[in-house]
Design a protein around this ligand. Structure first.
Ligand code: ADP
Length: 219
């Protein structure tokens, strides 16, 4: 697995969870907050933590924002600070900026100013939970032995399009064996079959490759 260089801005509950988990998974994590206490709390749990105001463009530039693989703006409540941090990160050349929005209006603004991915954690988790409750799984994880498994995953914005274009076999070494769309199951999917966000895919592969796919999906 390639080590990613990650910058997490804002160390509330959400930002701290993102930063410490990425670090535990072996990635390089720089975590910043303008509040000293929050920085001290994560100091030993990430690669480097610093007191920085993300509204200060010069300070962000000095951190080399453009060199990170991903920048996560985890400021929620202070919408203005979130917008400013996202704008600064993008204008300083950050390749991939994920921003946390507290509501629909913030989401629209963040998308407009160039955030590559906007998430609304509470809203998104609520939708996901409702779907899980409403849609029973086609299969539970099926351990085939010899490190192979069959699992069910939910497609999202990152995994959509035709199976040919998605090329999950080439990219992750896994094979889609069924697609469930709006309750209808296609058990012999062909290359031209389209995967839409929220479709459920039954996928076979090694546990490692399936984990990689899940990680890519953000599960
Ligand atoms: P959560 O709900 O995940 O706890 P919050 O919105 O409450 O999220 O927390 C956001 C964090 O971002 C806080 O720790 C706050 O100190 C930090 N923060 C807010 N504005 C800035 C800024 N301009 N620069 C850096 N950190 C900031």
């Amino acid at each position: 697995m390639k080590t990613k260089q990650c910058l997490v801005i804002g160390l509330g509950r959400f930002g701290t969870a993102v930063a410490t988990t990425l670090y535990e998974m072996g990635h390089e994590v720089v975590a910043i907050d303008h509040n000293e206490e929050n920085v001290e709390r994560v100091m030993n749990l990430v690669t480097h933590a610093a007191i920085v105001d993300a509204g200060d463009e010069r300070a962000l530039r000095a951190m080399g924002v453009a060199d990170f693989d991903v920048v996560v703006v985890a400021i929620g409540t202070d919408v203005q600070a979130n917008i400013l941090a996202t704008m600064n990160a993008k204008s300083l050349g950050a390749t991939y900026v994920v921003s946390k929005a507290i509501d629909e209006m913030a989401r629209r603004v963040l998308e407009r100013i160039g955030a590559d991915l906007v998430i609304r954690p509470e809203h998104d988790m609520g939708v996901r939970l409702a779907r899980q409750i409403a849609t029973p799984n086609i299969v539970d994880t099926l351990d085939l032995g010899g490190d192979y498994a069959i699992v069910e995953i939910e497609a999202n914005e990152r995994v959509k399009g035709t199976l040919r274009d998605l090329n999950l076999t080439g990219r992750f070494g896994v094979q889609v064996i069924a697609i469930s769309h709006a309750g209808k199951i296609e058990v012999t999917p062909r290359a031209e079959d389209i995967v839409r966000p929220h479709d459920r895919l039954v996928v076979i592969g090694t546990s490692h490759n399936l984990d990689e796919l899940r990680r890519f999906l953000g599960e």
